[in-house]
Design a protein around this ligand. Structure first.
Ligand SMILES: [Zn+2]
Length: 131
């Protein structure tokens, strides 16, 4: 069970991660879009292979942005759980009907992934199901 002061610490962790990710997402999106509009360098790709490389790189950085966006959504969700008072509880354990006092995500896991919504066992089960 998490103490109020511990939840506050995780909240700060989430907020700083959120701020950092938002900055990254904006920067990466700007870079990816800048590259597609040709950027400052107006030389048009004359070789088809070169064009392929450009598209690939652009796709790649946009994909990174997508993943970042997912993490950002998870962080926002975790902050909502802090407000609701359910932060640190494993969602799957609760759904399975375990007592809330037995559904806590270990602190070591939350320190590694502050937006984790499942305990390790449930996360493994979930990964097996989605595989
Ligand atoms: Zn669980």
């Amino acid at each position: 069970m998490l103490k109020k002061s511990e939840i506050e610490q995780f909240k700060l962790l989430l907020l700083s991660a959120q701020a950092r990710m938002r900055g990254d997402v904006e920067q990466l999106t700007a870079e990816a879009l800048d590259r597609s509009s040709g950027g400052s360098d107006s030389r048009s790709p004359t070789h088809i292979a070169e064009l392929g490389t450009l598209t690939y790189e652009q796709d790649f950085s946009l994909r990174v942005v997508e993943n970042d966006q997912e993490v950002l959504d998870e962080i926002i969700d975790a902050l909502n759980r802090v407000d609701k008072g359910t932060y640190g509880q494993c969602e799957m354990c609760v759904i399975e009907g375990k007592a809330p006092s037995k559904s806590w995500i270990p602190k070591t896991r939350l320190k590694a992934i502050p937006y984790a919504r499942n305990c390790v066992q449930c996360e493994q089960k979930r990964e097996e199901l989605t595989r």
